[in-house]
Design a protein around this ligand. Structure first.
Ligand SMILES: Nc1ncnc2c1ncn2[C@@H]1O[C@H](COP(=O)(O)OP(=O)(O)O)[C@@H](O)[C@H]1O
Ligand SMILES: [Mg+2]
Length: 240
């Protein structure tokens, strides 16, 4: 490859990055002293790439995901989501960017208790507006089917098991066909058998959909199935 072709291909790759962060740092004020949680985090995520983040409890994994999603502000450094610098966007623009490009799954499902599984999954599409109710229902039902929950569409979260709730939460995260899904210990609250079934589901889904995943996990066997595993240690991410 000529040097020019190489530069062009590097530039193309950069443009296509689903997420990129450079020299990301975050400190919290703890009285007189400053708590430096993240010091120099660099990461880029390509389309369909699946990345596991591992690290000790308290090492800053949740803080990092919050920064990458624009839900908290870094002390310094930059985050680009699909080429857009979060720091330069107004709240409303950030919300739209999140709704269009990102999905989230947390340790606890965060489903709305008074709504059914189908209604919960429909929510991100309803927030988008401009889609007919019929289309919203159809797309949401399809996603529930994909996660193996089509027999529970009318159940409310309290009427579902822990594993079933996480399946619904995954369907909700994926229903908008996001470019990137963040998962923060999505199986941390489940028994090992249920957790491994959810891991299988996530592996299948990431193969089927062209979605990138960043998953915080303690499960090394699952982390090894991802494309890349990064260890968050002493405020930086290192490939492990
Ligand atoms: N808003 C905050 N104010 C002060 N300290 C915080 C805040 N959020 C997190 N921390 C501290 O930052 C560290 C990393 O937290 P967290 O990102 O939740 O770790 P992890 O998800 O890896 O367990 C912890 O020591 C935590 O107490
Ligand atoms: Mg955490």
């Amino acid at each position: 490859m000529t040097e020019q072709a190489m530069t062009e291909s590097a530039m193309k790759e950069q443009r296509n990055d689903v997420l990129k962060c450079t020299a990301l740092a975050k400190s919290f004020d703890e009285g007189p002293q400053e708590l430096k949680i993240l010091k120099d985090v660099n990461l880029h995520v390509s389309p369909s790439e699946r990345i596991a983040i591992v690290g000790a409890s308290g090492s800053g994994k949740t803080t990092l995901l919050q920064l990458l999603a624009g839900l908290d502000q870094p002390s310094s450094g930059e985050v680009l989501v699909c080429g857009h610098a979060l720091a330069h966007m107004k709240d409303r623009e950030q919300n739209r960017l999140r709704n269009q490009h990102l999905g989230f799954v947390y340790q606890f499902h965060h489903l709305l208790p008074e709504f059914t599984a189908l209604e919960n999954v429909s929510m991100p599409l309803l927030l988008r507006k401009g889609m007919s109710l019929k289309a919203v229902r159809q797309q949401s039902k399809q996603m529930l089917e994909l996660v193996g929950m089509s027999h529970r569409v009318k159940h409310k979260p309290a009427e579902l098991s822990g594993g079933e709730r996480q399946r619904v939460a995954i369907a909700r995260a994926l229903v908008t066909q996001p470019d990137l899904v963040f998962m923060d210990e999505p199986t941390g609250n489940l028994d090992p058998n249920t957790a491994s079934r959810i891991h299988e589901l996530m592996t299948d889904l990431s193969r089927e959909l062209t979605t990138s995943f960043i998953v915080v996990t303690h499960d090394m066997a699952f982390a090894e199935q991802m494309d890349k595993t990064c260890l968050l240690e002493d405020g930086s991410l290192v490939l492990s």
